[in-house]
Design a protein around this ligand. Sequence first.
Ligand SMILES: Nc1nc2c(ncn2[C@@H]2O[C@H](COP(=O)(O)OP(=O)(O)OP(=O)(O)O)[C@@H](O)[C@H]2O)c(=O)[nH]1
Length: 201
Amino acid sequence: MTKRPEFGSALILAGGQSSRMGFDKQFLSFDGERLVNHLVQQLRPHFADILLVTNKAQEHDIPGIRLIQDIYPGKGPLAGIHAGLSHSQSQYLFVIACDMPYLSPEYLRYQKQQLLKAEVDILTNQDEERFIYPFHSFYSLALLDSLEAHLLQDNLKVQRFVRQAKHRMIPRAIWSQFPNTAHLFLNLNTPEDVQAYLEMR
Ligand SMILES: Nc1nc2c(ncn2[C@@H]2O[C@H](COP(=O)(O)OP(=O)(O)OP(=O)(O)O)[C@@H](O)[C@H]2O)c(=O)[nH]1
């Protein structure tokens, strides 16, 4: 079997409950454009293969991406990551959520460099309180079996999954030095989050 390239695939997670937002977050739109479409444009220069994991494939029309579905539906973001890894064309899959408006190309480049040195299965981000930001993170194909085991046992907490895997956390002291990282981990969970985002962007 030919070895896969280290990088190339990126996953946008959609398909959650959006219970706090009150409408499906994968259809969030700004200035007449869906946020997921905007994200695809931002990701394209960095990833040849973009995956959208969604439970509403027929409601998206984004050329040049692959639409996939959860293999274990109803089990939350870990199931989305599992589906993404199952379809990944690269050893490491970049994972972002459909409600995160920002990307930092400079930080992304740094993450890739770190991953080549670190020999870990998850490269992720952490703040001073040890809170993990599990998106804008890379996940290795090597996680597939353990991820499936977690899903089958209903161990669905992303933070817990990350902590038990071979991981490296990049601390805020480092990531905050890169351009466009002030709001990098912002995700829009509620109508109030959307309002605040509209006022600050
Ligand atoms: N594919 C997939 N993605 C999910 C699933 N649950 C959540 N996500 C995605 O994971 C990201 C983070 O999800 P949350 O915002 O924590 O959860 P949510 O269910 O979408 O929203 P709430 O009901 O308000 O908690 C979002 O991009 C969601 O679309 C799931 O079961 N499958």
